[in-house]
Design a protein around this ligand. Sequence first.
Ligand code: PDD
Length: 281
Amino acid sequence: RIAYVNGQYVRHADAAVHVEDRGYQFADGVYEVCEVWQGKIVDVPRHLDRLGRSLSELRIDWPMARNAVEFVLHQVVRRNLVRNGLVYIQVTRGVSKRDHFFPPAHVAPSIVVTARSSSPTAAKAQAEQGISVFSYPENRWPRVDIKTVALLPNVLAKQNAKEQGGKEAWYVDADGNVTEGGSTNAWIVTKEGVLVTRPAESGILRGITRAVVLDLVQKEGLTFEERPFSLEEAFDAKEAFVTAATTVVMPVTRLDGRIIGNGHPGSVATRLRELFHTATD
Ligand code: PDD
């Protein structure tokens, strides 16, 4: 395997950044994960738009021109012979002696790109079974709209779910509303057949997969509402699912050990999963 690190393609086993990288010491960096589907990177423009926004919110410069970043993403996918899988990009504020203040202006941001294959068969099997989710108190900072590598709350929430046999955590805020998953956006379909997902304005990352699914939902003429929904409402839902570049549309069949709907992946989630790649860039 090959990785890209600060201007060079290196063996994945030898890929390294300096111990005084701001990402390592302060989680002072941002990232993107894109799906690779049939040899193509899905929704590159939207991911690079969001990367640009995350960088600018943290006042980190682009490590190189946007089209050069795009070129590297494709190179890393190609050099690793990935047809289906993921490509990961991380940009940090760079390497400088440990000090909370921003480093001097001459310090360049660090960039790392990796890619790996994943099995479409395994993903299909998971989607046919659905996943189990466990709720977790919302304990993240309010700027979850920035895709930072500071993911310790997400790590702990997801590990908690895993230790109970789950695959994802759903954060629940002080009002009892589900915000989002540890690494996914959260959706339900009500008994009346209305799709519901939380508005992107607060409490969630503006997921690219979420946006594509919203486009698809409108194209298909399905009824939907962008509004907060509570954990209680989710227990009573006909269906639930999560969206992310890593999962596409993944049905949720259990929540806190309770069965959602009839305990099988719902028809809306299944259809959205089937149609998903017709709506991507
Ligand atoms: N996670 N919410 C959170 C907290 C996320 O970390 C992610 C993505 C999403 C979905 O965003 P998108 O549809 O753009 O992938 C929502 C990535 C995949 C990860 O951390 O692995």
